[in-house]
Ligand binder design. Structure first.
Ligand SMILES: [Mg+2]
Length: 264
């Protein structure tokens, strides 16, 4: 079993390898087979946890996960039950399964979650930016209390017809336009082709498609029309988590040593 220092050394090695192969990954569409020259895989027969033993000098071929991926979440209808223009914590009911899904993404895949949400209630005058900011802070605190985290939250307060004053604007951040996603891609140095977006409306999917997001997933019924971008449909967050596990597990997790395993 790797101790903390050993696990740290292996992690540094993997990080360095990732950096060295970043260009190759881009050229090869995100997946690359690399050689890690210091370790071999071991797998615990009891818990199934895998790690790299840095004591062994045998060569290892392992898929290294893509480091520039993120999960984009719509807020209303995905993080919380959509009751329309929610702006107080008492109104905010988390959708069952959201924390399990978030923990998978941040703790197992170790990649960031970004929330992208249209909030035209601000532009319409139903609540103000301060109320929105207070609710957002509370929401992020709840994620942290559940052992996960939201890396960034982007919102668009504008509406092209119903916005009041300066908020009456056909803003490039308002979904289905991709502005919020593109800003996050720029801010976090993401590779959109290896990101995913989960929303409950076609506008979420259209924004994701316009931003070049690789995996587009919608919660809802399977009645997509031909004109809509090709996307996956799930009934609920449990199904979404299963889909993400299937889609991303083989891409990401195999090169991450798990220091929690106590089995030799
Ligand atoms: Mg929504």
């Amino acid at each position: 079993m790797p101790g903390v220092a050993e696990g740290y050394r292996v992690q540094c090695l993997i990080d360095a390898t990732r950096r060295a192969h970043a260009m190759d990954r881009r050229r090869s569409g995100g997946r690359a087979s690399v050689t890690i020259s210091m370790g071999v895989w071991k797998k615990c027969p009891s818990c199934g946890t895998r790690w790299i033993s840095a004591r062994c000098c045998r060569q290892l071929n392992a898929e290294v996960y893509m480091p520039n991926s993120a999960l984009f979440l719509d807020r209303d209808g995905v993080v919380n039950v959509d009751r329309g223009y929610i702006h107080r914590s008492e109104q905010f009911e988390f959708v069952p399964g959201i924390f399990d899904l978030a923990r998978f993404w941040t703790n197992e895949l170790r990649r960031p979650i970004v929330v992208v949400t249209n909030q035209s209630g601000i532009g319409r005058g139903y609540f103000d930016e301060r109320a929105y900011a207070d609710l957002t802070r509370w929401m992020c605190d709840r994620f942290e209390a559940e052992g996960t985290a939201i890396a960034r939250v982007y919102h668009c307060p504008y509406h092209p017809q119903d916005g009041i004053g300066e908020y009456r604007c056909d803003h490039p951040w308002r979904k289905p336009k991709p502005g919020m996603l593109l800003q996050a891609v720029s801010d976090l140095g993401l590779d959109p082709a290896h990101c995913a977006i989960l929303g409950d409306k076609i506008s979420d999917i259209e924004a994701g498609a316009a931003a070049g997001i690789g995996l587009l997933v919608r919660i809802g019924s399977r009645d997509a029309k031909m004109a809509e971008p090709l996307h996956d449909v799930v009934a609920d967050l449990r199904e979404a988590l299963a889909l993400f596990r299937f889609h991303f597990r083989s891409h990401f997790a195999t090169a991450v040593p798990d220091q929690r395993c106590r089995h030799p």
